[in-house]
Design a protein. Structure first.
Length: 332
């Protein structure tokens, strides 16, 4: 299973937001991607030169942004040692704002030096580079800071700000993106970063993006109906494939849930006709099961399962054998 794990170093606030409601899949990015692929490991000593190479051959704002995003996601690595170091320190200093501020100041210097020299960084470096390259290409972008939610971060509890991403303005509209999570995954078991491009977080749907990205400035959710921080921290754990299939977990609403044994338990997801899937399965404590599924009157995908024994269960919902959402279920 891919678990995307991120960090935060600096805080930047912004305002003046317009709503986002455009899917990136409406565009053909083959040309933009091919332009970005021409410059592997290009120097970061002159960002204007790099931005020109990536964007001057392209005519539209969205293509220019795509080329920048594609290049960053393919050429910048999330540094494992820096990630672990920053994660542990931020957790330790979460209740000491002054000490945390001083740590951020010192660590930021290391982060940007490593980005410049080695093309390795943490999420703040990704977000900074995105903002600067966009600026040199004539695009408006901001750094958004807040809570990144993964299997090992911000699951319940009071939460802590640990992540940075970007908002980009294209043709007068603001869009959300996360190049860190698109570039690959931190593998905690092996202690390494695994490169694997995933454009699920490129111009992402805000209602799905907010399920694992909660900004400190709530206006950057780009939503009218905004979840609370408590709802965010205690909701189901979702994965990038939720963007692939355009589904939204409706029930259960919490990650930790309980149910009596021998009683039908229902998992329900809203289903967008934009993308279809062939097969729905459950993985229950490591065992793959083909449950009964059906569409309710509202068109939502309903998944039924009966737990016959008391105990604790880790349950993953998979669409076409891809992880979509996870729960911890206590059966009593």
């Amino acid at each position: 299973m891919k678990l995307y794990l991120l960090t935060l170093v600096i805080i930047v606030f912004a305002s003046g937001i317009h709503a986002q409601n455009v899917s990136s899949e409406q565009n053909d990015f083959r040309k933009a991607d091919s332009v970005a692929a021409l410059y592997p490991d290009h120097s970061l000593q002159n960002l204007k030169t790099l931005a020109d190479k990536l964007t001057l051959p392209l005519s539209t704002e969205v293509e220019k942004f795509r080329a920048i995003y594609f290049w960053i996601s393919h050429n910048i690595e999330n540094d494992y040692e820096y990630y672990v170091k920053n994660k542990k320190t931020r957790e330790k200093l979460n209740d000491n704002p002054e000490a945390l501020k001083e740590w951020n100041r010192k660590f930021s210097v290391q982060v940007f030096n490593k980005l410049l020299k080695e093309h390795k960084t943490v999420c703040t470096g990704y977000a900074y580079l995105m903002k600067e390259l966009a600026h040199h290409a004539g695009l408006s972008a901001v750094i958004v800071d807040g809570y990144g939610r993964t299997a090992q971060s911000n699951i319940g509890g009071p939460g802590y700000a640990n992540h940075s991403w970007n908002a980009i303005q294209i043709n007068g509209q603001w869009f959300l993106c996360d190049a860190t999570w698109s570039s690959g995954a931190i593998n905690m078991q092996e202690g390494s970063f695994v490169k694997q491009f995933d454009d699920a977080y490129f111009m992402a749907n805000p209602s799905l993006f907010v399920l694992n990205h909660y900004p400190l400035d709530s206006s950057w959710m780009l939503l009218k109906d905004k979840p609370t921080l408590d709802q965010f921290l205690n909701g189901p754990l979702i994965y990038s494939n939720i963007h692939r299939y355009h589904v939204y977990p409706q029930w259960p609403k919490a990650f930790n849930v309980s149910t009596p044994k021998d009683k039908m338990f229902l998992f329900r997801m809203s289903k967008d006709n934009y993308r279809t899937f062939e097969k729905t399965t459950l993985q229950v404590n490591g065992s793959t099961i083909s449950p009964r599924t059906y569409l309710d009157d509202g068109g939502s995908e309903c998944i039924e399962y009966v737990f016959h024994n008391k105990g604790k269960y880790v349950v993953h919902v998979l669409l076409d054998e891809r992880y979509v959402v996870s729960y911890n279920v206590t059966v009593h």
